[in-house]
Design a protein around this ligand. Structure first.
Ligand code: ASP
Length: 322
């Protein structure tokens, strides 16, 4: 029987609804005990209650420490796979940080739930069972960190939370899932390409994420000049910004603060196409770095990680094309 390390970090999967107030909150005792008994037919499960936090309380440092915790666990004991339960709000961010920093040869699956443990149609137990099944699969090896949710398997780099409440919330816009979980088995239909690994001990850089909008000026960008080590902007369309942002951007870049542009569109890639004032081609000429389809929150984490290794603009641009 396969040996799976199950790491709980909190989130709705570990929460309960208070029937008189309607509020959903964390629970002292983990609600997945009954599911664990059922799981013992599938795998030998070793449980670690790592933290019990709503995922808006999870920080990048928690994500990095989780990677270090996994490494220490797998160095001291042999496991065939790892399943992490996590709140869905920042699940994609934890999955992506693990994808960039964790070097392990066993499958690592991140999952959660949209409905708490005592709500009708609670999806936690089902997602947990599916995740353990995927973690036990030989085919899951070498595919990076996977997110298993609602019968789908997604690559950490592409997956994002798309719906506030629907259990089919996790989607990979533009790319789709890389596999599905059925009653009879686990079927992969794509293999993601993994290109970047980083060695990071801790996060020391502050990177802010801004979203562009019609009529945006340079005020918020300017505010970043003294406070941030890097800025990610969810730009318009293919990677364009209103012209009034340009002077502040130039100042930021000339002060050695990297500016990474992604698109606020959730499909497609930001590129240097338009040459008008504030167009992507113009922004590239003044030193903006273009990413390769990451969303804003993941580009921010990648820049935080990259800045621990280099602040050299050409190197950063190369990293963001991978
Ligand atoms: N707000 C919750 C959290 O992320 C949502 C969830 O887990 O589904 O912790």
């Amino acid at each position: 029987m396969k040996k799976i390390l199950l790491i709980h970090t909190g989130g709705t999967i570990a929460m309960e609804e208070n029937k008189s107030t309607g509020g959903v909150n964390t629970k002292e005792t983990h609600p997945l005990e009954a599911t664990l008994r059922e799981l013992s037919d599938i795998a030998e499960i070793s449980v670690k209650n790592y933290v019990n936090l709503p995922s808006p309380h999870i920080t990048p440092s928690h994500m990095l420490e989780l990677a270090q915790f996994i490494t220490s666990q797998t160095n001291s004991e042999k496991f065939d796979g790892i399943v992490i339960t996590h709140g869905t709000d920042t699940l994609e961010e934890t999955a992506y940080v693990l994808d960039l920093v964790l070097q392990t040869s066993i499958p690592v699956i991140v999952t959660g739930a949209m409905r708490s443990s005592n709500e009708h149609g609670s999806d936690g137990p089902y997602n947990l069972i599916s995740s353990v099944r995927v973690a036990c699969e030989e085919q899951s090896l070498g595919k990076g960190i996977l997110v298993v949710f609602n019968d789908e398997i997604h690559a950490a780099k592409n997956v994002t939370k798309t719906h506030t409440s629907n259990i089919a919330t996790f989607q990979s816009p533009q790319y789709g899932p890389i596999g599905i979980v059925t009653k009879r088995g686990v079927l992969f239909h794509h293999t993601p390409i993994r290109s970047s690994f980083f060695h990071v001990k801790n996060f020391s850089k502050n990177v802010v994420l801004l979203k562009a909008y019609a009529g945006m000026d340079g005020n918020l960008i300017q505010a970043a000049t003294n406070k941030a080590d890097g800025v990610v902007i969810e730009a318009l369309g293919q990677g364009n910004l209103p012209p009034a942002t340009v002077p502040a951007l130039k100042e930021l870049i000339s002060n050695g603060i990297p500016v990474v542009l992604v698109s606020r569109c959730f499909n497609g890639i930001a590129q240097d196409i338009y040459s008008y004032e504030g167009g992507g081609k113009h922004l590239k000429e003044i030193g903006a770095i273009f990413s390769n389809g990451l969303n804003g929150q993941k580009a921010r984490l990648k820049l935080m990680i990259a800045l621990e290794n280099t602040s050299e603009p050409d190197q950063l641009q190369r990293l963001f094309l991978q």
